[in-house]
Structure formats: structure tokens, C-alpha cells
Design a binder for this molecule. Structure first.
Ligand SMILES: [Zn+2]
Length: 290
């Protein structure tokens, strides 16, 4: 009898542990197909490459001493990113640093897996370290909505204007909160044989909460954070820009798979300002929501 009870208890605990695990990694079922669709990797400018999916942008910054990967797509994106990196002639195992533009499941999905596979260090904006570590459970907008990812503990916390220096490449983190508490953009200088370019990898401040800002109890300063971010992003100076989603910077209009190398097609200050202005209008509308 005692043995049976112990066996039953074991089974109950086992099921519980499966359930806890299942809750931790729970992407929404209705994500756009373009998020998982492969996309031919290509060189954007200098040592910066696109290795993301059709819409989920992931960026590889290569150096002789190893690479930096920014964003990892969904949980099922790891293999795709690896394949893209290899297609470009680089080694996946040479990834040394992992970064994200925001700790949401569509950019953090494969982070834990890639970190484990490569042994790379994960560095994150301090304000997103908690949601990265709990797999999105504590996120103010997605926390209760079954939009989570495998938790990743940060090896290093980053702050506004911190420089990630690696083998001659300097990447500046720009804290752009609102979308998540620790959303951020990156600014880096890259060069090819012709010239150098200042590239902005922008996290555009789109709004994800359905609530009025005043009802977002888990993020009381959300409205001020967005206001800060719009102001900061409006002032940025750069030559080329890309962002967290391909659709946000019109990748598919600017570049066709197989096109020859041409960084100039990502010079688009007008498109950047127009996208920012459109998001600002949504923010202003949101401010009026009761
Ligand atoms: Zn997001």
C-alpha cells in the first residue's frame, strides 16, 4: 500500500513538473507564418549580416575573434539561424555574445538553446533581465497570455549608452523602454572597402497592451517611458537603419533574395521618421484611452 502511495505521489509530482515546464514555454498558436519562414541570409553592410526569418530580424556581427548575435526569433528558429550563419560561411559555434532588442518570445524564443549550444554570454538591458530570467512570466502585457519562452539568465546587465566592445567592433546600447521595460536599440559603426556606415538596429516603440496606460499596474511609468523613447529616437543620427521586425523597415521592398551587396538601400531616413511618426500617433491615441 505504502509503495503504491509513493508511486502515485511520484506520478502526481511528475505531471506537475511537466505542467510547470509547459507553462514556461508557451508561444501563441496564431503567430504569423512569416515568423517561421526561412529567409536567405545576406550582408547588410560591412561585418553586419541578416540571419533572421522572413519577418523576425536577427543580426550577426562578425569578427575574427567570434561573433555577436542580436535576437533569436521563436523557439523553433535556432536551426534556421544556424543554417543562415553557415550559408554565409561562418561558424555557429563562434558566437560569443548574445543580445536582444526586447525580451519578448518572438526575439528570445531560441536564446536559451543557442546559448547552450554555443556557450556564448547573454547580455541584456538591466530592465529586461527579470523577464528574460522568468521566460516572460513577469511581462506586463504578455505575462498572463501564454506568450513565453525558455528562461535565460543574464551573464551581464547593460545600461543606456553602454558599449559592447568585441574585437574592434563597438556596439552602443540605447535604452528605449515602453514596448518592454528594457527594450533597446543598438548603434554600431561598420565598414567595407569603400566607406564606413553608422547603423541603427532600432527597436520601434510599438504598443502591445490593450489596457489604458493608467491601468497597467505592473508598469506605472509606461507612458513616460514611451515619451522618453520617442524623443530619444527622434534625435538619433545614423546612415542606415534596420529593426526588430523585417516589416518595420520594409526589408522586402528594399532587398530581394540574391541581390548584390549594397548597403545604400538601407539608407532611409524618411522611412524611419515616417514609421516613428505613425507609432507616435498610436501613442497619442493611447494616451486618450480611458
Ligand atoms: Zn515585442
Amino acid at each position: 500500500m505504502k509503495v503504491r502511495f509513493a508511486a502515485l505521489l511520484f506520478l502526481v509530482l511528475w505531471f506537475c513538473s511537466i505542467n510547470i515546464f509547459a507553462q514556461k514555454v508557451n508561444e501563441p498558436k496564431d503567430v504569423p507564418a512569416s515568423w517561421s519562414k526561412p529567409y536567405q541570409p545576406f550582408r547588410i553592410a560591412g561585418n553586419l549580416y541578416y540571419v533572421g526569418t522572413d519577418d523576425l530580424a536577427c543580426y550577426l556581427v562578425t569578427t575574427p575573434q567570434g561573433h555577436i548575435l542580436i535576437n533569436t526569433g521563436l523557439a523553433n528558429s535556432a536551426g534556421l539561424i544556424k543554417h543562415s550563419i553557415e550559408m554565409l560561411g561562418y561558424k555557429f559555434s563562434d558566437i560569443k555574445i548574445l543580445l536582444t532588442t526586447q525580451a519578448h518570445y518572438d526575439h528570445m524564443g531560441a536564446m536559451a538553446k543557442i546559448k547552450k549550444q554555443t556557450g556564448a554570454r547573454f547580455m541584456v538591458d538591466k530592465q529586461d533581465a527579470q523577464i528574460a530570467a522568468d521566460g516572460g512570466q513577469s511581462d506586463y502585457a504578455f505575462g498572463n497570455k501564454g506568450a513565453s519562452f525558455k528562461p535565460v539568465k543574464a551573464d551581464q546587465l547593460l545600461h543606456n549608452n553602454d558599449t559592447i566592445a568585441w574585437d574592434g567592433t563597438n556596439i552602443i546600447l540605447l535604452h528605449h523602454p515602453g514596448h518592454t521595460k528594457g527594450s533597446c536599440s543598438y548603434l554600431l559603426d561598420v565598414k567595407d572597402n569603400e566607406r564606413s556606415y553608422r547603423v541603427l538596429i532600432a527597436n520601434m516603440p510599438s504598443i502591445v497592451t490593450e489596457k489604458a496606460f493608467s491601468d497597467v499596474q505592473a508598469y506605472p511609468q509606461i507612458a513616460q517611458d514611451y515619451a522618453y523613447t520617442f524623443n530619444a529616437m527622434d534625435k538619433l543620427k545614423f546612415d542606415l537603419w534596420v529593426s526588430s521586425h523585417a516589416s518595420q523597415f520594409n526589408l522586402h521592398q528594399k532587398h530581394k533574395p540574391g541581390d548584390a551587396y549594397n548597403p545604400e538601400k538601407f539608407r532611409d531616413d524618411k522611412g524611419y521618421q515616417a514609421t516613428l511618426a505613425e507609432l507616435k500617433r498610436e501613442y497619442d491615441k493611447k494616451l486618450r484611452q480611458k
